[in-house]
Write a protein that binds this ligand. Structure first.
Ligand SMILES: Nc1nc2c(ncn2[C@@H]2O[C@H](COP(=O)(O)OP(=O)(O)OP(=O)(O)O)[C@@H](O)[C@H]2O)c(=O)[nH]1
Ligand SMILES: [Mg+2]
Length: 303
């Protein structure tokens, strides 16, 4: 029997490049929230895939950006931790976007690190072959990439060559996680992320950046105040959505509450899929001005 090997791979890049979409498609299951809003991911998310003798531990990270609030500083320290931990870096770029100051800053950081880096040119469904070749030529000057792989995370395009390269480059002895370990995220943290995702997908401008979700109650059958009509298999979840300003609370509620109703319904559907059991979700919106700059609040939110 061949020896077991493993590698830890950090998915890094600018906000909105498609890192979390890639994590989900590589895992074949949704673990990370994804949205069109930059800075969707706020922490480090582990997803483990075992392929034959090879174990690949992917770390999704927040998009690389200049911190404005303490929240953003913490997001960047999650990136730093993942960079330190990883054996190999997967730099995901939006092939449909220009190479700008953010990419140059990240390249500078990676140069200092001296770790092998793959360039994953994502969203190939949006660009022509000739533009893709141009992009490859521009990026090549930034860093000596170990591999350059064009992919389409959303549609799962061209992932086979990526898998082969990752399997080849997993060089560490043994496995890091037991075969049943799939992620480090708890059901509660996934639930709060999926609720936040629905908020991000339905609101715009500055609202999404000031939103956080806190699970307040998680009740199962037999517990006090569990709604018995949900049946013996169900779970009752009450979550608080924090917003930064009263104006944002109004946007989130919508006229006659239709926005929050819509968010609640789509989040509840998603949680049923995640937990594979009946779910009843209740949402409350609360203004908590300046939460992004309060360390004790960020601790409570596990950010
Ligand atoms: N057309 C297209 N869109 C994609 C592809 N991959 C991701 N996207 C979209 O790009 C947007 C950003 O995706 P995310 O996966 O949230 O990006 P991210 O890099 O994790 O972003 P942050 O968490 O903000 O750093 C979403 O709207 C995705 O649906 C792709 O292959 N093609
Ligand atoms: Mg993300």
């Amino acid at each position: 029997m061949a020896e077991r090997r493993h590698a830890t791979l950090a998915l890094i890049g600018l906000p909105n490049a498609g890192k979390s979409t890639l994590l989900n498609v590589l895992l074949g299951q949704k673990l990370a929230a994804t949205s069109q809003i930059p800075q969707t991911t706020r922490t480090r998310v582990l997803g483990v895939v075992n392929r034959g003798d090879v174990q690949l531990a992917f770390l999704d990270t927040p998009g690389f950006h200049l911190p404005k609030h303490i929240l953003n500083e913490r997001m960047m320290s999650h990136v730093e931790q993942a960079l330190e931990e990883a054996d190999l870096l997967l730099w995901v770029v939006d092939a449909d976007a220009f190479l700008g100051a953010g990419e140059r800053a990240l390249a500078k950081r990676l140069k200092k690190l001296d770790r092998p880096v793959y360039l994953l040119l994502n969203k190939i469904d949006l660009v022509s072959k000739s533009r893709l070749l141009e992009k490859i030529a521009t990026y090549k000057d930034l860093l000596p990439f170990k591999e350059i792989v064009p992919i389409g995370a959303r549609l799962g395009l061209n992932l086979d060559p990526l898998w082969s390269l990752l399997e080849r480059d997993a060089e560490r002895n043994g496995w890091l996680y037991d075969p049943d370990t799939f992620t480090d995220q708890t059901e509660r943290s996934l639930a709060s992320e999926f609720i936040r995702e629905k908020v991000l997908r339905k609101t715009r401008e500055e609202v999404p950046h000031g939103v956080a979700v806190l699970i307040e109650r998680w009740l199962e059958a037999g517990q006090e105040e569990y709604p018995e009509d949900l049946g013996p298999e169900g779970v009752f979840i009450a979550a608080r959505i924090l917003v930064d300003r009263d104006g944002h609370r109004k946007i989130l509620l919508g006229s006659q509450g239709e926005m929050i109703k819509d968010i609640r319904q789509s989040a509840q559907r998603e949680l049923r899929k995640l937990l594979q059991r009946p779910v009843r979700l209740e949402l409350f919106v609360k203004v908590d001005e300046g939460w992004r700059d309060r360390p004790e609040k960020l601790d409570r939110l596990e950010l």
